[in-house]
Design a protein around this ligand. Structure first.
Ligand SMILES: Cc1ncc(COP(=O)(O)O)c(C=O)c1O
Length: 452
C-alpha cells in the first residue's frame, strides 16, 4: 500500500467518542442521502487527484511538500464533523483552547513564556501580521529584508504601503551584515526582516549583527522562520547556524509554519510577538461575535476573522503525540532530514559532474551540472530535471546569482546573472535511507541529459 490508511480506523474510533459527548440531544438524522451519487463523485475526485506529483513518496524531493502526520490528518478530519471556527469562543470553544495551548508550546521553543500569538492561513498571512504591527509601531518607515528573503516581503510591504529595500547577501545566501549596516546608516528603516531558513537554499541569516544594530538604530527585528523555525530542536546544526537559533528569542516577532515542517495540512501558519502589549493594535468592536465569554477570543488578536478550528485541533494532536522537545521523536525527524541533505551535498561536491556552491544549513540542497558557463549549466539543469521526472524522481528548480558560484567554481563564465539550479528539499526523514536510490536515479538522469 502506497497511501497510509490507518487514519480511517482512528477516525471511526474518534467519532464514536465525539458523538457520545452530544448524547443528550434528540436524534436528528445523521445519515446522508444519495450515497450512490456521492460514491460516484468521490471516485471522480480520486481520479482527478491522481494528476499530482507523489508528494507523499520519498521520490518526491522537490518543493516544501510532504504529507501531514496521520494523527494530524485524523484529528483534522474529526474536527470537521463539528467544523469549529476559531474566530470566537462562540464558534469553537475547545479548538480555541487547543490553539492557545499549541501556540504556547511553539512560543516555548523560543523561550517565550509570555507572548502574543495565534495560528493563521500560512507564512504569508503570518508575516503580513508581523509587518503590519511593525508598521503600527514605526509608521512611515521602510522594511528591509535580504535579496534571498521570500518574495512575500516586498509584496506585503506594497500591501501595507511601506517601501521595501532588499539587502545584498553573501555567497552563501545570508544577509551581508555590512551592507545592512550601510542601509541602516541611510536612516528611515523601521523593520529588519531576518530569514531563518531561506526558501531557495535554507540559508540562515546571522542574528547577532542585526540584534547589535537594533540597539543603535531602534528598528524592529522580525524573523521569518516559516520554513526553518522547527530546526531549533535539531542537535546537528553547524555551530554558526546554531548561534542564530540561540538568539531567536530576542526577535520582536517570529513566524513559523506548522504546515511546512510541523507535519500539518495546509492552512496552518503561526505568528508570535515577544511583547503581548502589541495586542492593542488589533483592538476592535464586533457586534456579531464575542458574546459567550469574557476570556480572550482569538479573533480579538488576529487579522483574519473566520479560521479553521480544525487546524488547531490537528496541531494540538500532533504536538501531543510528538512533543516539541530536544532529543524527542520529532527532533529526530528534523535531524534525519538535515543529515540526508548533508550527505547528498557531500556526494555532489565530491563528484566532478556537479557544482554544489552552498553547504546546506538545514535540509535544502542546491546544485547544478558542471559546465563552462552559467547559461549552459542552466540548460543542463532543466534537462536533468526533466529526465529525472521521467524516471519518477521529482526535484525542484531555483535560480541562484552567478556570483554564488565564484568561491567553488571561479572558472564558470558569468554569461548571465543567474544559474538555474536543481533544488531538493529533503524534508521527509525517510530521505536519509533513500539516498542511494535517489543518487542512482539522479546519475542516470544526468547521463541522459548530457547525451541528449
Ligand atoms: C521563508 C518563507 N517565508 C514565507 C513563506 C510563505 O509562506 P506560505 O506559502 O505558507 O504563505 C515561505 C514559503 O515557502 C517561506 O519559505
Amino acid at each position: 500500500m502506497l497511501l497510509e490508511t490507518d487514519t480511517l480506523e482512528l477516525l471511526a474510533e474518534g467519532l464514536k467518542v465525539l458523538e457520545s459527548g452530544f448524547a443528550a440531544l434528540p436524534p436528528a438524522g445523521g445519515g446522508t442521502a444519495g450515497h450512490e451519487r456521492m460514491a460516484q463523485v468521490m471516485s471522480e475526485v480520486a481520479a482527478r487527484m491522481r494528476d499530482n506529483y507523489p508528494y507523499f513518496h520519498p521520490q518526491y524531493v522537490g518543493q516544501m511538500l510532504k504529507p501531514p502526520h496521520p494523527i494530524a490528518r485524523a484529528a483534522y478530519a474529526l474536527a470537521t464533523w463539528i467544523n469549529p471556527n476559531n474566530h470566537a469562543l462562540d464558534g469553537g470553544r475547545a479548538s480555541s483552547a487547543m490553539e492557545k495551548e499549541a501556540v504556547a508550546e511553539i512560543a516555548a521553543l523560543f523561550g517565550w513564556e509570555r507572548h502574543l500569538g495565534h495560528l493563521c492561513g500560512g507564512g504569508t498571512m503570518a508575516n503580513l501580521e508581523a509587518l503590519w504591527v511593525a508598521g503600527q509601531l514605526r509608521p512611515g518607515r521602510k522594511i528591509v529584508a535580504s535579496e534571498q528573503a521570500h518574495y512575500t516581503h516586498p509584496r506585503i510591504s506594497g500591501v501595507l504601503g511601506a517601501s521595501f529595500t532588499a539587502a545584498p547577501c553573501d555567497g552563501r545566501g545570508r544577509v551581508d551584515a555590512q551592507a545592512l549596516e550601510k542601509l541602516l546608516e541611510a536612516g528611515d528603516i523601521g523593520c529588519v526582516v531576518a530569514t531563518v531558513g531561506t526558501t531557495g537554499s535554507g540559508a540562515v541569516d546571522p542574528l547577532a549583527p542585526p540584534l547589535r544594530l537594533r540597539e543603535r538604530y531602534g528598528f524592529r527585528l522580525h524573523v521569518d522562520a516559516a520554513y526553518g523555525g522547527y530546526f531549533t530542536l535539531a542537535s546537528n546544526l553547524a555551530p554558526s547556524t546554531r548561534e542564530s537559533y540561540e538568539l531567536l528569542g530576542q526577535a520582536d516577532s517570529l513566524v513559523i509554519d506548522p504546515h511546512k515542517h510541523g507535519l500539518q495540512p495546509y492552512g496552518c501558519g503561526c505568528v508570535l510577538f515577544r511583547d503581548p502589549s502589541v495586542g492593542v493594535f488589533y483592538k476592535h468592536e464586533s457586534p456579531y461575535t464575542y458574546f459567550t465569554s469574557s476570556e480572550l477570543h482569538l479573533g480579538e488578536i488576529s487579522l483574519e476573522c473566520s479560521r479553521p478550528g480544525a487546524s488547531a485541533v490537528a496541531l494540538w494532536a500532533t504536538q501531543r503525540l510528538l512533543p516539541l522537545v530536544r532529543g524527542g521523536e520529532f527532533a529526530a525527524m528534523l535531524e534525519a532530514c538535515r543529515e540526508a541533505a548533508l550527505r547528498l551535498h557531500e556526494r555532489l561536491a565530491a563528484d566532478p559532474h556537479w557544482l554544489a556552491p552552498i553547504v546546506p544549513e538545514l535540509d535544502i540542497v542546491v546544485w547544478a551540472p558542471r559546465s563552462p558557463s552559467a547559461r549552459r549549466s542552466s540548460q543542463l539543469s532543466q534537462r536533468v530535471f526533466d529526465a529525472a521526472a521521467r524516471q519518477n524522481l521529482h526535484f525542484a528548480l531555483t535560480r541562484l546569482p552567478v556570483r554564488f558560484f565564484a568561491r567553488t567554481e571561479p572558472r564558470l563564465e558569468p554569461d548571465q546573472d543567474t544559474v538555474l539550479c536543481l533544488r531538493s528539499v529533503l524534508m521527509k526523514p525517510e530521505h536519509r535511507a533513500w539516498l542511494d536510490r535517489l543518487w542512482e536515479i539522479l546519475s542516470r538522469a544526468a547521463q541522459e541529459a548530457l547525451e541528449s
